[in-house]
Design a protein around this ligand. Sequence first.
Ligand code: CA
Ligand code: CA
Ligand code: CA
Ligand code: CA
Length: 435
Amino acid sequence: MSFESRVVLRQGKKFFSAILLASLLAACSAADDGSTNSGETAASTGGSSSGDSVETTGEPGIPDNLSFSIAADTLNPEGLNWNGEEVNVTVQLGDETNSFVVDGTEVFFEAEFGVIESSCTTVSSRCSVVWMSGAPRSPLPFRDSNVITRTLFNGLLPCGNLPSGIPCSYNNRVNATPTSPKSFGGLGQVYGNRVSIIAYVKGGEETFADTDGDGFYSEGEAYSDVGEPFFDYNEDSVFGGKLADGTADAGAADVGAMCYGDDNVCYQEGGDNETYLDENGNGLFDPNGNGKYNGTLCLAESNFCTRSPVTLWTAITILQSGSDAFTGVYPLGSDVYLASSYTTNINLNTTPTLVVAVSDIFNGRLPSGTKIKMTSTNGTIADGSSCEVSNSSATGFTTCVVEMNPDATSSSGFLHVEITTPNNTVSDYFRVLTD
Ligand SMILES: [Ca+2]
Ligand SMILES: [Ca+2]
Ligand SMILES: [Ca+2]
Ligand SMILES: [Ca+2]
């Protein structure tokens, strides 16, 4: 769904809320931020007879797909080298009017790596489970021998020229081309330590825009058709599961489908182990739903809507960050793909501003809260003597800018970078500074 149509849906949803809330006062007390505004709108439009006369068979408290949120309190825990590192994963649901769902709504969870509590039941429209680091930590078996989980020691171009162990800078937000998938930068697929977590809830309904304002889904009205839940291990937005012989699973995207749909939906390698929930039991992955609005605001079964519930789902990616730091230091503005930028002695007279790049072995972020401290035995540090790894599972790693000054004596010394993780793994890196 495009951003534009999302906006339209949201507006329609708000208008619909105004009418439904007028006749479903019980829902008012449970309104969240989104429907508080709708409540105000209802007050200004609720006097109309059409608002009062709407008789709906819709049932409040059933989750709808646009109100399904997921979050994690730590996005990059220290999980690669430690078992039992805990992350609280919280989901929040809402119904068609953005009101709370019925207490006790059960939400199920599955995780790609580590282990996770299998389900939770909502209280006040939300609930949490615990994810813990542990085995499995890597995608075995990989059935495509061309695909490996890349580390800093086997990076593809443009980072293959760099000394081993140097974090590989790249723009991971590159758009797809007809021959390369999106986000294909630096080391190449597959990025290690990225843990896909899916959450799903049975018995939900689809969100629609009640354009004609009758309180029901009417033929032709826009709605979001929910497809079957799937694990997107390689984060290419498509289901790419493969059978043992390397052929695509039924309904799965394959190499021939590279960059289908819009430019940001592209098949990438590394989705071999992806799985899906065959909700309609047809033995085939169905990405696009059934072509009908599913929900209780379908008046009667028809060719454009059904009262059958759907399984709603959402996903989040967290990191199982490594404890050992890999570091590269280069003068600000130098070519990050040139080996000499990381190896030539740094002259503080000509390049006093430095960038310290720190990643784990998979070129991803170190654990949230990792401290990076800079000291020097030559020149002085004017600014940026310490920084910290943020709470994030975005691709890429941490860079810190260190502003230095040469001192009065021409000499040679070291920049010392000391990296300490929350569980006290310390890594040291030294770089020669001259002035
Ligand atoms: Ca309608
Ligand atoms: Ca549907
Ligand atoms: Ca995929
Ligand atoms: Ca299916």
